[in-house]
Design a protein around this ligand. Structure first.
Ligand SMILES: Cc1cc2nc3c(=O)[nH]c(=O)nc-3n(C[C@H](O)[C@H](O)[C@H](O)COP(=O)(O)OP(=O)(O)OC[C@H]3O[C@@H](n4cnc5c(N)ncnc54)[C@H](O)[C@@H]3O)c2cc1C
Length: 316
């Protein structure tokens, strides 16, 4: 059902925020501040503190402690129960056992491309490309997991600047393209723990090779772009780990198996009083999945009866 909903959403065209994806944060932050909230970036939580079955606060990675009775975590359940809660607490509440029953979703490579001409002049489409080497997706994934030089089982290409009617006002005479393709985390495990931008020549060479292969997929579909690319940068599952905190680079959080979607513990309310979950792991992946998870968590926290008036206040 979840897949059918996502497929239907794309069949009639997707959505793209005017002004670029950062407008999502830019629109939400003033709303949070208007109600007395604060937003911090580069503020990593090291531990969720609890005492006697209740949340008592969070300890930041710089040792600073914020005392509070309520914590809502969208850092993913693997992080929340596996890293942020003390191991003893997670085991006592049964979460250590539950975590073993779920898998991370596939990790990915990203290619972020800049061009020195407009999307219009370059003839960039507004649609996304989904490129498959054959109809046997499962066999293609298996072959790829065994051999990094096998065909990518899927390559996704999108054209953000072509979709954004405001882009030309902000960055005249330029365009952007994004490529996303799967890549098993295992291929990168040997560089685990290294620092972003300083992972070594062998890592850079492997990354460059994968990036060149993905660029060929782009040129295969749009040959006129050869020689027009100004710059590109490749990300790996270690980049997703570095920037997003996903331990195995799993951009979509937990694997979307039937068991996961049936489980009774991936819900907003946790077994620790005052700790709530939100984000893609308690519903389904994607921006809309995460947004609706936010609505679910709010509803669970304030109760259905208070939700109506709250929605009126938010949207009026
Ligand atoms: C390249 C790429 C392209 C994508 N394109 C699309 C698309 O076109 N459409 C779509 O619908 N979805 C897309 N997605 C997927 C989408 O981004 C995710 O499904 C969505 O962001 C999940 O939202 P979330 O709030 O659950 O988690 P996140 O957006 O990952 O937010 C979790 C936040 O928690 C923070 N965090 C983690 N650990 C800690 C800690 N210890 N302390 C403090 N903060 C912490 C992370 O830094 C992160 O900011 C894309 C993803 C990627 C990587």
């Amino acid at each position: 059902m979840v897949h059918a909903m996502i497929a239907r959403h794309y069949l009639y065209g997707g959505y793209y925020p005017v002004g670029g994806s950062w407008r999502i944060a830019d629109t939400i932050i003033p709303r949070i501040q208007a109600t007395g909230g604060e937003v911090f970036t580069y503020a990593r939580v090291a531990r969720i503190l609890s005492d006697g079955g209740r949340v008592t606060g969070v300890e930041m990675s710089d040792g600073h402690v914020i005392q509070c009775g309520t914590v809502v975590s969208s850092a993913g359940v693997a992080n929340t129960f596996g890293n942020l809660l003390d191991a003893e607490v997670a085991a006592d509440l049964g979460y250590a056992e539950k975590l073993v029953s779920v898998e991370p979703s596939f990790a990915h490579l990203g290619v972020y491309i800049g061009l020195k001409d407009t999307a219009e002049n370059l003839g960039l489409p507004r649609t996304n490309f989904w490129i498959y080497p054959s109809n046997d997706f499962d066999a293609d994934v298996e072959a790829f997991e065994r051999d990094p030089d096998a065909e990518f089982p899927v390559v996704y290409i999108s054209f953000p600047s072509a979709k954004d009617p405001d882009y030309e006002n902000r960055h005249p005479g330029t365009a952007t393209i994004e490529i996303v393709a799967p890549a098993p985390y295992e291929w990168f495990r040997r560089w685990e723990g290294s620092t972003w931008g300083k992972r070594g020549d062998d890592y850079d060479a492997f990354k460059a090779h994968l990036g060149e292969r993905l660029m060929e997929h782009l040129y295969d579909k749009l040959p006129a772009l050869r020689g027009r690319v100004d710059y590109y940068e490749v990300s790996t599952p270690l980049s997703t780990n570095w920037f997003g905190g996903y331990q195995q680079g799993e951009l979509y959080g937990l694997e979307h198996t039937a068991d996961r979607l049936r489980s009774d513990w991936l819900t907003p309310k946790t077994r620790l009083k005052g700790l709530w979950l939100t984000g893609q792991d308690i519903l389904t992946c994607g921006v809309t999945g995460a947004m609706m998870a936010g609505l679910m968590t709010t509803t669970a926290m304030v109760g259905l009866r208070r939700m109506g008036p709250l929605m009126k206040r938010i949207f009026n």
